[in-house]
Design a protein around this ligand. Structure first.
Ligand code: ATP
Length: 239
């Protein structure tokens, strides 16, 4: 793998009370890379993202971002540093218009080319462009998911973390979102995706990690992982 290391997670442990759900996870995301973390339902993917973002406490471990130690940084400071997480389940402000949602997303970080970025998003996703002045509550679930991802993009991330953007979406829309994420990575923004849709994720990502009940079970180029024994082990239930 080439490119500078942007995110470095080392020996991360996370617990909910006495339930130790992430035990010693280490992985990296490099600048301009599209990395996917695959794992079954309940493997701990969401927990890892939330811990990196500072939304839930870490039991142990270190998180480095762009050369700084952000292990103890607040969620707010982590956003300011350019590490942006799009939450699972298309969470947007439903009482605000589509466009206001985008303006609020951008307020997380100051940027100069906001208008152009919003136009680019509208071009890519005309279904939300057509409703830009309507309340977000009037969007379909899929359109809200697109809006949630767009909110992450307008925040001008250095690393965009996407938590199962496929949730409840038609396969064709999932492909559009993931190919947009790949395009973003090619433009220099790193992307970390967590997904259960193995085939789709591997089609668009560069590199993948496999999470098995709170620990990394394997890693490799996305192009090689699809046919690997590890994937079969995780998804066909054999151990
Ligand atoms: P999913 O795809 O369903 O989101 P996941 O891989 O993201 O799965 P997590 O949501 O991180 O998995 O959950 C990992 C484990 O932690 C699961 O066993 C889950 O039941 C447990 N867990 C998650 N959130 C909490 C919580 N707030 N309190 C207690 N246990 C939790």
């Amino acid at each position: 793998r080439s490119g500078d290391i942007l995110l470095q997670v080392e020996d991360l442990h996370v617990a909910y009370g006495t339930a130790h759900v992430v035990h010693g996870v280490s992985f990296t995301v490099r600048a301009g890379e599209f990395v996917v973390m695959l794992g079954r339902n309940g493997a701990g993917k969401t927990t890892i993202l939330q811990a990196i973002s500072g939304l839930i406490p870490k039991r142990a471990g270190r998180v480095g971002f762009a050369g700084d130690d952000i292990s103890r940084a607040s969620a707010r400071d982590i956003v300011q540093a350019g590490l942006i997480q799009v939450l699972e389940g298309h969470r947007v402000f439903t009482s605000l218009s589509v466009e206001d949602n985008l303006l609020i997303g951008a307020a997380a970080r100051s940027r100069t080319d906001l208008k152009a970025t919003i136009e680019e998003i509208y071009e890519e996703f005309p279904e939300i462009a057509d409703k830009r002045h309507q309340q977000a509550s009037r969007l379909s679930g899929g359109q809200q998911q697109i809006l949630a991802v767009a909110q992450g993009i307008v925040a001008d991330p250095r690393l965009l973390m996407l938590d199962e953007p496929s949730g409840g979406l038609a396969p064709i829309v999932v492909d559009r979102i993931l190919s947009f994420a790949a395009k973003l990575a090619r433009s220099g923004v790193a992307v970390l995706l967590v997904e259960q849709l193995v085939e789709k994720a591997l089609k668009h990502a560069d590199y993948g990690y496999l999470l098995e009940t709170g620990a990394i079970g394997g890693e490799g180029w996305a192009a090689d992982l699809g046919d690997s024994d590890l994937i079969r082990r995780i998804y066909l239930g054999g151990h």
